[in-house]
Design a protein around this ligand. Structure first.
Ligand code: UD1
Ligand code: CA
Length: 480
């Protein structure tokens, strides 16, 4: 018989995620597990970890806000390209974590190892779960435990007094006596158990306890009674088992999460002015020698090429910034689903706004209070002050004057503006689309153009200037 590779789990792994609870302490209409950490729902961190674990099936127990939670899960699974593995079961009413387990087990086969996770414990790591699965080995009950200086509120790990120190039970805070409350080793809410054994234990649960709930944690007592070995796998990483029960805990976990991301970026060589003032709510991929000043927020998928510098107070979402580009302070970039690209050596801001479909070539300059949407700017084009470019195709080296706008919307449809290479658009022009400005042409400041122009021509479309010599302004008439 050939030995299995060490990384292979002893049996197929199925995951149950408990997410039916109300989350009363969040004091929010939004179901607790949909509150966001690092820009995505708490629950989506957990299901992503389950996927990375290679779970054969993921069963999410929903209850409070079930429809909203299930819709979020479906969108997530779709995006991850693995909708088949995910199942939701509803727990109505919610009679405790053991009752939640009872709803999930019918979805799972007997040959698997069941890993139980909580939807409100988002940062549980894959490695800890693999260790738990290995400890379970298809025949033991494995608990993830941690020692806290202040264990208040958690289920305590009760062990044999004898030399073995075997785990006998988990006792919930509300059911614990003084001696049990003094135990500092607590249950993290994460366990791994053979499905066939868990099924039997869940069927034997009762709700004779301080909360009249069916406690999942009572399976420990039942396992011990059946002579099944219970192993406690201890972690010392409190972040991984931290639960979110209140806005304060959510904010604390967000900071810890961001700190971890900042450390990872710095380890790659990214220079952060202050790791405590960075928020990455998605993925940020950086080349060498990237510098990021304080208070920047990155959302969705953002890539920063070699030597990119980001000034203070920028918000950048779904964008690719190419090598050597500089984004000056207070710039807002949001590519949404269409994306934004900023070419090599471009200079953007301060106070610029790049919207979906902005494609800027090399060395493009976009200055203060300039908005660009669904427009392509070729290399070396410049719009330095107070301008709007929407649905435009802008050629190389075009200079687009202060205060000029593309009038791209006629109230019903959007139309395109084409500005060919080397055109110079003066200040305060209105380009009424559809329109094409021929290469090398010049548009006089203050023009409103509704017709295309010839290459090389100077076009002026405004009232001719007139002067009246020695003009007498009216004076105030005597009071009558
Ligand atoms: C639970 C454990 C406790 C452990 C702690 C770790 C039990 C009885 N206690 O306590 O030993 O130290 O987690 O954080 O399991 N849920 C449902 N349906 C329900 C009740 C809860 O799906 O009927 C879900 C909740 O949404 C939550 C999870 O189960 O995601 C845990 O429930 P919660 O009420 O927060 O349990 P704790 O009191 O924290
Ligand atoms: Ca909890």
């Amino acid at each position: 018989m050939t030995a299995l590779p060490e990384s292979a789990p002893p049996a197929p792994v199925d995951v149950v995620v408990m997410a039916a609870g109300k989350g009363t302490r969040m004091k929010s209409a939004l179901p607790k597990v949909l509150h966001r950490l690092g820009g995505r729902p708490l629950l989506s961190h957990v299901t992503a970890t389950a996927r990375r674990l290679g779970a054969r099936r993921v069963v999410v127990v929903t209850g409070h806000g079930a429809e909203q939670v299930e819709a979020s899960l479906a969108a997530d699974a779709q995006a991850a390209g693995a909708p088949a593995a995910l199942r939701c079961v509803r727990q109505m009413p919610q009679l405790g974590t053991g009752h939640a387990g009872q709803q999930a087990l019918p979805e799972l086969a007997d040959d698997g190892i069941v890993v139980v996770l909580s939807g409100d414990v988002p940062l549980i790591g894959e490695a800890a779960l693999r260790a738990l699965v290995t400890a379970c080995a298809g025949e033991r009950l494995a608990l993830l435990t941690i020692e806290f200086d202040d264990p208040t509120g958690y289920g305590r790990i009760v062990r044999d007094h004898g030399a073995s120190g075997a785990v006998r039970a988990i006792v919930e805070q509300k059911d614990a006596d003084a001696a049990q409350r003094a135990i500092r080793e607590v249950y993290s809410g994460v366990m791994a158990a053979p499905a066939r054994l868990l099924r039997g234990w869940l069927a034997r649960l009762d709700n004779r306890n301080a909360q009249n709930e069916y406690y999942l944690t009572d399976v420990v007592r039942l396992a011990a009674a059946d002579g099944v070995e219970v192993v406690a796998h201890r972690t010392d990483d409190a972040l991984q088992v931290a639960g979110v029960n209140s806005p304060s805990q959510l904010a604390a976990l967000e900071r810890a999460f961001q700190h971890r991301q900042a450390e990872a970026l710095m380890a790659q060589g990214v220079r952060l002015a202050d790791p405590a003032r960075l928020d990455v709510r998605g993925t940020l991929a950086c080349g060498a020698d990237v510098e990021i000043d304080v208070n920047c927020v990155f959302e969705g998928a953002v890539t920063l090429g070699t030597g990119v510098r980001i000034g203070a107070n920028c918000v950048i979402a779904n964008a690719g910034i190419e090598a050597g580009a500089v984004i000056h302070p207070f710039t807002h970039i949001d590519g949404e689903s269409a994306g934004v690209t900023v070419g090599e050596g471009a200079r953007i801001g301060p106070f610029a706004r790049l919207r979906p479909g902005a494609r800027l070539g090399a060395e493009v300059h976009i200055g203060n209070f300039v908005e660009v949407k669904n427009s392509t700017l070729a290399a070396g084009a410049k719009a330095n002050h107070l301008a709007y470019l929407g649905d435009a195709t802008v050629g190389e080296r075009v200079n687009y004057g202060a205060g000029s706008i593309t009038a791209n919307y006629d109230g019903a449809n959007k139309h395109r503006t084409v500005i060919e290479a080397d055109v110079h658009v003066g200040s305060n022009c209105v380009l009424v689309a559809p329109i094409t400005l021929g290469a090398g042409g010049t548009v006089g400041g203050g023009s409103t153009l509704s017709k295309s122009t010839e290459p090389g021509a100077l076009t002026v479309a405004r009232g001719r200037q007139v002067s009246f010599a020695n003009w007498q302004r009216p004076s105030k008439s005597a009071k009558g």
